[in-house]
Design a protein around this ligand. Structure first.
Ligand code: SF4
Length: 669
C-alpha cells in the first residue's frame, strides 16, 4: 500500500469527539488508511474502534451502489435497479403531485445526526424550507437537558473538555465516556482528580472510578437536591458566589429543605454514609466538575434531573473557575447564521420525531403525511415504539424515499432507495458538541459506484423542482457560512481550515473557562436557581423530584454500545461483533423467573416484545435491566429489538425522548 495523497478528514459521527484525522489515498484513488491527528488538542491522534475500522464500513460489500425502486409489496425487500435520472424523475413527479393534492405539509423530511457535517446535515433543510414541508422537532437526543440548562444558565454550553484535567473532583453523572467519549474519558483518567461516577448501572467508567454511586434509575434529581440541601444545612455552600451571581437562593433553601439525607437515601436506594461522604466531598473539593451524560435526560423526568444537577456547581461556587462547572452539550458555542445554510422558511407544522409511528398512523392529521424523505437516519431502528413506526412506514398510500449507504430497515420499507456517499467521498465542514474546534473534511475519494451526497441529491431535486435560487456549491456555501461567525467563531475562515484542517474556537483562554466573565444570558443576568421563565412555562421554578412508576416490574435501560454509533455500524461485523442482542439482569430477578445465564429470554410490555440472550450479572440492581443498542431489527433473532418496547412518551421538557423510562418484564423461552 503506497499512499499517493493525504487529505484532512474529520469524523462526522454523532459523537462528542469529532476526531481530526488524515485520510490517505493510493494512486488508484482508493482510501487506504485513516489516522488521528496528534496535534489536535482534544482528540490527540487516537481513534476509537469505529474510527480505526472505518475502511470496513466505507468498503463494505453491502453498500448500496445504485438507485432502486420498489418491485413488490412494501417491506418485501424486492427492489429493481433504476437510473438516477429515473429516480429523480419519480421523486419530483410524486412530490409535485402530493403537494398539489394535499399541500406541502403533507411532506415530511426525517433526518438527524447520522452525518453531522454542516453541509451534509443542513443543506437539505433549504429544500424542505423552500417547499414548505412539515418540520421535525429534534427531540430524540438532548432536548430536555438543553432546555433545562437554558432556564438556569441561559445556555447549555458548559465546560471545555480540555479544562477537565484542571479539576480536583470530577463527577461523571449518568455518563459512560469510556464508551461514548473516549477522548474525554482519557482526560479524566489521566487527571489527578478524584472521580465519582453516579450511574444506575455498572459500566467501564464506573469500574475505574474512585467511587460508584449506584442509585435507582430516574432518582438523580432527588440526589442532587439532597446534596444542595446538605450544602446549605451544613454551611458548605459558597456564600460570596451565591450572593453575587445567583438569583433565588432563599427560595432554593426552602424548596430543598425536605430533601434530607434519610429521605434522599430512601428514594435513591443509597446508604446514608455513602450519601454524606459524596455530598461532603463534592462541596469541599474545589474545583469540581460535573459531567452529565445525555442519557440522564432521556427519562420522563429528564428535564428536572438536569435542572437539579446543574444547580450544584452554582451553589458551591464552581462556576467561572478553571476546572469547575458542568459539561453537557457544547454545540451552542458554534455561533453562525444557521439560516445561511438551512435557508429561511416560515413556521410550519411541527412533527415530533419520536412520534413518527403515531404521526403516520394518525387518521385525524390534516393533511396526513403522504411523502416521507429519510436521510441521515434509520427511524425503523432508532425510533421508540417500533411496532407503530413499522406499521406507519408500511402504509401503501405513503411514498417514502430513503437516502442511505445501506439497505436499512427503513430503506426496506421505502418506495425509492438512493445510494449515499460516505464522508470520505464528499466535502464538508464540522462543528461539535464536545470539544471547541471547527474542522474540515476534504473529499478524499470519488463516490463509490453511483453514490451521491446529500448536497448533490438536493441540488438535483431543487433544479427539477424549479428551486434554482437555493442551489449553492458546497465549498462556496461553507465559505459564506463561516463568514457569518460571531463570538468565538469570529474570524474562522475556510481558508484557515484548508490550511490547518481544524481550528480551535477563539476563546479568550485555552482551555476555555466556561462563564469566565460571570455573565449569564438569563432574564436576571445571574444563574437563576429560581426560574421565573420556568414558572411562566408552567413548570416548577425550582426543580423537584418526581417519582415515575410503570406497569411492569423491571426498568430497562438502553444506553449506547461502545462499538456502535446509535444504530450505525450494527451491520459491520469487524466493528460491532456481537451476534445477538443481550440483556443484563440481576441475579435475584433472574432466579425469581427461573432464568439462568445464557438463556434465551423474551422482554415484553404492552407495546411489544423482543428476544435476547440473558446475562445474569451484577451490573444492575434488582428491578433494573440493561441492554446496549441500537440493533437493526432485520439482523436480530425474531426481527424485533428493544425499541419495540420503548414508548414515545416524552420527557418533562422540550417533548424530548424518554427511552430509559421503560418498564418491562422478562421471561425465559
Ligand atoms: S466515533 Fe467519535 S471517537 Fe470514534 S473516530 Fe469518530 S469522533 Fe472519534
Amino acid at each position: 500500500m503506497v499512499a499517493e495523497k493525504r487529505v484532512f478528514a474529520s469524523c462526522p459521527r454523532d459523537c462528542y469527539d469529532t476526531c481530526a484525522m488524515y485520510a490517505y489515498v493510493d494512486e488508484e484513488g482508493k482510501l487506504v488508511k485513516v489516522e488521528g491527528r496528534k496535534d489536535h488538542g482534544f482528540t490527540k491522534g487516537f481513534l476509537c474502534r469505529k474510527g480505526q475500522k472505518i475502511l470496513d464500513w466505507v468498503y463494505s460489500p453491502h453498500r448500496l451502489k445504485y438507485p432502486m425502486k420498489r418491485a413488490g409489496p412494501k417491506g418485501s425487500g424486492s427492489f429493481e435497479r433504476i437510473t438516477w435520472d429515473e429516480a429523480l424523475e419519480i421523486i419530483t413527479s410524486k412530490l409535485k403531485k402530493t403537494v398539489k393534492e394535499y399541500g406541502p405539509t403533507s411532506v415530511l423530511p426525517y433526518e438527524y445526526a447520522g452525518h453531522m457535517g454542516i453541509i451534509s446535515r443542513y443543506y437539505p433543510y433549504r429544500f424542505f424550507n423552500r417547499l414548505g414541508a412539515s418540520q421535525l422537532l429534534y427531540t430524540i437526543c438532548s432536548e430536555a437537558g438543553k432546555r433545562a440548562l437554558i432556564y438556569h444558565y441561559g445556555t447549555p454550553a458548559g465546560m471545555d473538555p480540555e479544562d477537565v484535567p484542571n479539576s480536583s473532583y470530577v463527577v461523571v453523572w449518568g455518563f459512560n465516556p469510556a464508551w461514548t467519549s473516549l477522548h474525554l474519558y482519557t482526560l479524566i483518567k489521566n487527571s489527578k482528580a478524584k472521580v465519582v461516577a453516579v450511574d444506575p448501572v455498572r459500566s467501564e467508567t464506573t469500574e475505574h472510578a474512585d467511587r460508584h454511586i449506584q442509585l435507582k434509575p430516574g432518582t438523580d434529581s432527588a440526589l442532587a437536591l439532597g446534596i444542595a440541601n446538605y450544602a446549605i444545612v451544613n454551611d458548605l455552600y459558597d456564600k460570596r458566589f451565591v450572593e453575587g451571581h445567583t438569583f433565588g437562593f432563599d427560595e432554593l433553601r426552602r424548596a430543598v429543605k425536605g430533601y434530607t439525607p434519610e429521605r434522599v437515601c430512601a428514594i435513591c436506594g443509597l446508604d446514608g454514609k455513602e450519601f454524606r461522604s459524596f455530598a461532603e466531598e463534592y462541596c469541599r473539593t474545589k474545583p469540581a466538575a460535573i459531567l452529565m451524560g445525555l442519557g440522564l435526560q432521556r427519562n420522563v423526568n429528564g428535564g428536572e434531573i438536569v435542572r437539579a444537577i446543574s444547580l450544584l456547581p452554582a451553589i458551591t461556587g464552581n462556576i467561572g473557575v478553571r476546572g469547575g462547572g458542568f459539561f453537557y452539550s457544547n454545540s451552542s458555542y458554534f455561533t453562525i447564521d444557521w439560516d445561511k445554510v438551512k435557508g429561511r422558511g416560515q413556521e410550519r407544522r411541527k412533527i415530533n420525531m419520536i412520534k413518527l409511528g403515531e404521526t403516520l398512523l394518525d387518521d385525524s392529521l390534516k393533511p396526513p403525511i403522504k411523502f416521507l424523505f429519510v436521510y441521515n437516519s434509520n427511524p425503523a431502528a432508532v425510533c421508540p415504539d417500533l411496532n407503530k413506526v413499522r406499521k406507519g412506514l408500511s402504509r401503501e398510500d405513503l411514498f417514502t424515499v430513503v437516502h442511505d449507504l445501506f439497505l436499512t430497515d427503513t430503506a426496506e420499507l421505502a418506495d425509492v432507495v438512493l445510494p449515499a456517499t460516505s464522508y470520505f467521498e464528499t466535502f464538508d465542514i464540522q462543528f461539535t458538541y464536545g470539544g471547541l474546534y471547527a474542522a474540515l473534511n476534504e473529499k478524499a475519494v470519488e463516490p463509490l459506484e453511483e453514490c451521491k451526497s446529500n448536497a448533490e441529491v438536493f441540488t438535483e431535486l431543487s433544479k427539477r423542482m424549479g428551486f434554482d435560487e437555493i442551489v449553492e456549491e458546497p465549498e462556496a456555501l461553507a465559505e459564506e457560512i463561516l463568514k457569518t461567525g460571531t463570538g468565538y467563531m469570529m474570524g474562522i475562515t475556510l481558508e484557515e481550515l484548508k490550511k490547518k484542517g481544524f481550528v480551535r474556537l477563539r476563546t479568550p483562554t485555552v482551555p476555555h473557562i466556561a462563564f469566565g466573565d460571570l455573565k449569564f444570558s438569563t432574564p436576571t443576568g445571574k444563574i437563576e436557581l429560581y426560574s421565573k421563565q420556568a414558572e411562566t412555562d408552567g413548570i416548577p421554578p425550582i426543580p423537584t423530584f418526581t417519582e415515575s412508576k410503570g406497569d411492569y416490574p423491571i426498568r430497562l435501560i438502553t444506553p449506547f454500545h461502545r462499538d456502535l454509533m446509535k444504530s450505525q455500524y450494527y451491520n459491520i461485523k469487524s466493528i460491532y461483533g456481537a451476534d445477538e442482542q443481550a440483556v443484563e439482569i440481576n441475579k435475584e430477578d433472574a432466579s425469581t423467573r427461573g432464568i439462568r445465564d445464557g438463556d434465551r429470554v423474551r422482554i415484553f410490555n404492552r407495546l411489544g416484545d423482543c428476544i435476547m440472550r440473558a446475562k445474569v450479572s451484577g451490573k444492575v440492581r434488582r428491578g433494573v435491566a440493561l441492554s446496549y443498542g441500537i440493533a437493526w431489527p432485520k439482523l436480530v433473532d425474531g426481527g424485533r429489538t428493544v425499541n419495540f418496547t420503548t414508548s414515545s412518551h416524552t420527557a418533562d421538557l422540550g417533548v424530548g425522548s424518554a427511552y430509559h423510562t421503560n418498564y418491562v418484564d422478562i421471561e425465559r423461552i
